[in-house]
Design a protein around this ligand. Structure first.
Ligand code: NAP
Length: 247
């Protein structure tokens, strides 16, 4: 029998892996973004109810392996998954995408949390936020001296000093140049997500001499096995399912 895998997702890499899983396996999403309707595996949507809820889920659903392919800034679900796996004695594997590294010509200002972002932005007039939906919760805090451009997955009307662009990567250097120039961006705000899909903004910031306010990564729990790419994860999972099928 195939040992059942719970894949924790919400990223492009997770979807790549989910596309290879058969009906015995479960792909789990928080429910904030699009839910794919064309997968062979079981798709479940919504939280588990903390580490305790996830521990119960692992037992009830006879999960043999948890594979964490969530975003590197989704620290809560990763912490919960690690704890639940320990409690349920289930292996915890993870895709840990390597962070981007600053290159010659980069002007990165490392910050922690929203307070760090707003402090670093004080000297600037036209920031581009690429942090997801978090800036939407602060639309009433846009300083008189600033105009915000916020790119995220949510459609939102914004207001006179905040424009919201709902767009999904991958983004190209040409597209980023057009956006930066048209919106007169003078600073880019980013998470250090790693990967190629959203990296073009960093190359264009470098070429235009713009600073980048970079949010530090949260600390994530250690996994029993960690993979740096979806490809490496796919090979290990294929090996795992083959071995458990033969066992
Ligand atoms: P988070 O703060 O780590 O998690 C908050 C809560 O959401 C978790 O405690 C859990 O609820 C639920 N949850 C998160 N991911 C889940 C999943 N894959 N399946 C089921 N429940 C999940 O997460 P977040 O930063 O809000 O991100 C939410 C989702 O968006 C994640 O799946 C992540 O991969 C994706 N995402 C996040 C970012 C980012 O920058 N944070 C960027 C791109 C994509 P319970 O405690 O009730 O189980």
């Amino acid at each position: 029998m195939t040992a059942r895998i719970l894949l924790l997702g919400g990223t492009g890499d997770a979807l790549t892996i989910a596309r290879t899983l058969g009906p015995a396996h479960v792909y789990s999403l928080a429910g904030l973004g699009r839910v794919p309707a064309d997968l062979a595996c079981t798709v479940r949507v919504g939280g588990f109810g903390g580490a305790e809820g996830l521990t119960r889920f692992l037992a009830d659903e006879h999960i043999a392996l948890v594979f964490d392919a969530t975003h590197p800034y989704a620290a809560q679900i990763s912490a919960n998954a690690s704890r639940a796996c320990e409690a349920a004695n289930v292996p915890y594997w993870a895709l840990r995408r390597a962070p981007w590294q600053p290159q010659a010509g980069d002007n990165w200002r490392m910050v922690s949390g929203w307070a760090g972002v707003t402090e670093a932005l004080a000297p600037f007039a036209r920031p581009l936020f690429t942090l997801g939906r978090e800036p939407l919760a602060h639309l009433d805090e846009v300083p008189e001296s600033q105009h915000w451009t916020i790119r995220c997955l949510d459609a939102h009307p914004g207001h006179a000093r905040a424009r919201v662009i709902d767009a999904r990567g991958p983004f190209t250097p040409e597209g980023e140049r057009t956006l930066f120039t048209g919106a007169r961006i003078d600073v880019v705000v980013s998470k250090n997500s790693g990967g190629a899909a959203t990296e073009a903004k960093l190359a264009v910031a470098r070429e235009m001499g713009l600073p980048v306010v970079m949010m530090r990564r949260p600390t994530l729990p250690d996994a029993q096995r960690e993979f740096a790419s979806a490809q490496a994860a796919l090979e290990a999972l294929a090996h795992y399912t083959q071995r458990s099928f033969n066992a």
